[in-house]
Design a protein around this ligand. Sequence first.
Ligand code: 5AD
Ligand code: FES
Length: 347
Amino acid sequence: MENNMKQHVQQLLEKRDLPDEGLVQLIESEQADAFLFPAANGVRRRIYGDAVYIRGLIEFTNYCKNNCYYCGIRRDNGKAVRYRLRTEEILECCKEGYALGYRTFVLQGGEDPYFTDERICRIVSSIRERYPDCAITLSIGEKPKDSYRAYFQAGANRYLLRHETANEIHYSRLHPAEMLSKNRKRCLYDLKEIGYQVGAGFMVGSPFQTTEHLVEDLRFLQALSPDMVGIGPYLRHQDTPFCPYENGSLERTLRLISILRLMLPHALIPATTALGTIHPEGREMGLKAGANVVMPNLSPVSVRKLYSLYDDKICTGEESAQCRGCLEKRVERAGCRIVTDIGNVRR
Ligand code: 5AD
Ligand code: FES
């Protein structure tokens, strides 16, 4: 068995690919870790050295018209206290972030109808005007292609939209009937066509997920070839229909980070907040398993608790006003170093 795992990892290293059966075994087996983690860490090191990129996350609205069964800010969660940041507040986050060395701002929010295309474009252009040397990333869900085009023309460069699960049937068990896997995938291809750098991704251990579904996620990502892949364990939220289901597994998430690093050696792979939530050193472990991005929270501390996708989210207390400092230490503990330049931004 152990020998088998070694061979699978070797094949992934050499060919960046592996037949489905091999992937299933790697994902399911603890014995893979001793080969998988060092191999992925080595590839990360060969391509990126000790560099870890930072992206400043601004959670600007927790209103959402969607009703995903797993998510704490779903429409039907009447217990969620809703907020929206004003443009001036968003710009204030950018200003603080810029002073701290951030050169990428990620505007993330629920699908909030208040933020019409016009409003989004106005926010993007005001950031663009003030920070011509920064990348602007949007993460605001599924939109028509024309809207994506308008944001791009206003100055946005990147877009994050997790595909959540590549399997259509599994997708339909995580979302109400009005949400379709094929629309989501269509959005990702639209974004790429327009010229965005694109981030996709999925949850590990979401309810009803099988190892075969995860293999489908890997195949989908191979075909899409995104610039970034964000993955994290599924975590329960007490006020969602999925509240009875168990959290995803830390180990499985780390294994998938490593497999992704070997399959898509150049990809940007964040050590996510969900990973830091499931284990106090989850993000350090993620980096050691091949991740190379961290996304500290730049949102005003006063709203951080309200952007609650799952229970016990980290970085929500007063002590976390400066995630930058905290993460710097964590990145160093993982043997890496934060770099502040934006890398190759396509315009
Ligand atoms: N657990 C883990 N991740 C979640 N997300 C949403 N809800 C949860 C949850 N309960 C992830 C989704 C979404 C991203 C912004 O957060 O993958 O795309
Ligand atoms: Fe936010 Fe550590 S990264 S408190």
